[in-house]
Design a protein around this ligand. Structure first.
Ligand code: RP5
Length: 164
């Protein structure tokens, strides 16, 4: 099956973060592709990717970048596929720069922005799955099962609350 989700990132250095989105997609059995595409260093490749993604069967794009993180917004400007932006934690400002660059899109071109770093990348994978799950009952079922397992794991932690 061809990829339904594209996970792109501005640099190979983003992979430590963005791999967490891929872990979720693997777990849920969603075909995906992963690629380094930089808004600053490979702008022509970025536009080519964004313009061709829908035609290749991609349904959701997850885009992660750090610093002056233009990638998610620029990709969103060139496609009507849903784009989920992941702010990668930067060295200088701990990812606040990435977050604000991605989340503060002017009205008209949306980017669904998640949290900074690992939690955001994990949630980006889950959000992409939930978007696809709205049209795929079997995937929706796997998401329900995942939620149930999460709930049970949390409830079980009560057993660990013992006085020393
Ligand atoms: C951004 O610049 C990337 O998304 C990355 O988070 C950041 C730093 O990139 P490298 O200098 O590590 O390649 O474009």
């Amino acid at each position: 099956m061809s990829a339904q989700v594209a996970v792109i990132m501005g640099s190979k250095s983003d992979w430590d973060t963005m791999s967490h989105a891929c872990v979720i997609l693997e777990e849920l059995g969603i075909p995906y592709e992963k690629k380094v595409v930089s808004a600053h260093r490979t702008p022509d490749l970025m536009f080519e990717f964004a313009e061709q993604a829908a035609g290749r069967g991609i349904k959701v794009i997850i885009a992660g970048a750090g610093g002056a993180a233009h990638l998610p917004g620029m990709v969103a400007a060139k496609t009507t596929l849903p784009v989920i932006g992941v702010p990668v934690k930067s060295a200088a400002l701990n990812g606040l720069d990435s977050l604000l660059s991605i989340v503060q899109m002017p009205g008209g071109i949306p980017v669904a922005t998640v949290a900074i770093g690992k939690a955001g990348a994990t949630n980006a994978g889950l959000l992409a799955a939930q978007i696809l799950g709205a049209f795929d009952p079997e995937l929706a079922q796997r998401l329900e099962q995942r939620r149930t397992a999460l709930r049970d794991a949390v409830i079980e932690t009560s057993d660990d609350l013992v006085l020393e």
